[in-house]
Design a binder for this molecule. Structure first.
Ligand SMILES: *Cc1c(COP(=O)(O)O)cnc(C)c1O
Length: 217
């Protein structure tokens, strides 16, 4: 299948209210431009270095999402242009982004990444930590940040019941926090599990290999 066919096929699977973030990590700018030319604007990268190489050679209206673990000392390199940082996994990181947003005279959109997978390898906040941070935000902390929603990754397992349980945990937290202040974005679902994620309430999916092909790592 060509990238174009893959892309159109994924789009055809998404209900109208679900946003697609095309995860372009490890793929060269040329391939990203191919998908851009089909109309896609939101792209996801997980490494700052790689993002900084691609951003200048792609059109200005690309909406870049950072979806990987972000070290505080690298925030300054992306603070001027990043559209969304989906991977807030500590309060320290949020403080740093707030500071850099102010320096750049802009607000930075973020998602709180919540650890829902039972696997031990994934970054993310506990539901309690995310709730605590959200309350501080509502009380006026982090004035240069917009917390738009939550992001989570389910375990890499075949067991649909387990994946569904994990997504449901995030959906429940999303609904609970939305009672305090309505949240816009519930980012869950990747190439292997996005239909399930959408069933569980996702309205933003991060799809990479199903568009660009398998990555070689
Ligand atoms: C790589 C990655 C994706 C996309 O994974 P695919 O299986 O290629 O769709 C989504 N979310 C995050 C956080 C990722 O690191």
């Amino acid at each position: 299948m060509s990238i174009e066919n893959n892309y159109q096929y994924i789009l055809s699977q998404l209900p109208q209210n679900v946003k697609l973030v095309a995860v372009s990590k490890t793929n060269p700018a040329k391939k990203i431009k191919e998908v851009y030319d089909l109309g896609q604007r939101a792209f996801g990268e997980n490494k700052v270095q790689e993002l900084l190489e691609k951003q200048p050679v792609l059109p200005n209206d690309v909406e870049w999402h950072l979806i990987g673990h972000l070290q505080t000392n690298k925030v300054k390199y992306i603070a001027g242009f990043i559209a969304m940082i989906e991977s807030i996994d500590s309060e320290k990181l949020l403080r740093e982004i707030d500071k850099e947003a102010l320096k750049n005279d802009r607000k930075i959109n973020v998602l709180l990444q919540v650890k829902i997978a039972k696997e031990d390898t994934k970054f993310g906040l506990t539901t309690d930590e995310a709730t605590d941070i959200f309350n501080k935000y509502l009380n006026g902390n982090y004035p240069n940040i917009e917390i738009k929603g939550l992001m989570g990754m389910a375990s890499f397992v075949d067991d649909e019941t387990q994946i569904r349980e994990e997504f449901n945990v995030l959906k429940q937290l999303f609904d609970k926090l939305s009672e305090l202040k309505p949240l816009e974005t519930l980012s869950m679902g990747m190439s292997g599990d996005f239909p399930l994620a959408i069933e569980c309430g996702s309205n933003s999916v991060r799809v990479g290999s199903a568009i660009f092909g398998e990555r070689n790592y």
